[in-house]
Design a binder for this molecule. Structure first.
Ligand code: HEC
Length: 149
């Protein structure tokens, strides 16, 4: 290695990695495109506020901490966080007997959990929610059909 010893290079690399880890808080969306970031923000607002004319619940009623924390159902049963949801979808849903995309799951929760009016798959709302959830999984390895965190 030129001028710089292997050992100090290794140390420098470790220090740089730690700095990067500190600069990017866990679970934060690292979206550099401002247009995309706007849709992430819209999706987050829907996640925390939109009731879809349903039973009064919002996504965050069950999926806590913007989806990053472990959630719980109204009966108190725990549910996994959505921290890697976009990395584990599409997945086979035994109950439905078919493969679900992330958009299918979002629409299923709007119709079921929120008892709301389900927007079309290509609606802006479903897109924004999918974009927000995908931002939570940013940087995570795709693991289709894998375990939710
Ligand atoms: C009444 C509670 C409740 C609300 C409100 C709710 N969900 Fe869910 N959600 C669940 C439960 C329970 C599961 C897991 C069971 C399942 O797979 O059906 C789940 C699963 C999910 C998953 C899949 C997680 C994984 O990795 O398998 C996503 C994504 C999701 N919800 C998104 C949403 C969105 C977006 C909203 C708001 C539109 C929402 N949920 C509202 C209860 C809820």
């Amino acid at each position: 290695m030129n001028g710089i010893s292997r050992k100090s290079f290794a140390r420098w690399t470790l220090a740089a990695t730690c700095l990067v880890a500190l600069a990017v808080p866990a679970g934060a969306a690292t979206v550099s495109d401002p247009q995309l970031a706007k849709v992430v923000a819209h999706g987050k607002a829907l996640f925390t506020q939109a009731k879809f004319k349903g039973n009064g619940r919002v996504c965050e009623s069950c999926h806590l901490g913007g989806g990053l924390e472990p959630g719980r159902r109204p009966d108190g049963q725990p549910i996994p966080s959505l921290a890697n949801a976009a990395a584990v979808f599409p997945r086979y849903k035994a109950r439905a007997g078919r493969v679900f995309t992330l958009a299918d799951q979002v629409r299923a929760c709007i119709g079921g959990a929120l008892e709301g009016q389900v927007p079309d798959e290509d609606s802006g709302e479903v897109t924004s929610l999918v974009v927000y959830l995908t931002s939570l999984s940013q940087g995570k390895a795709i693991d289709m059909g894998g375990k939710p965190q």
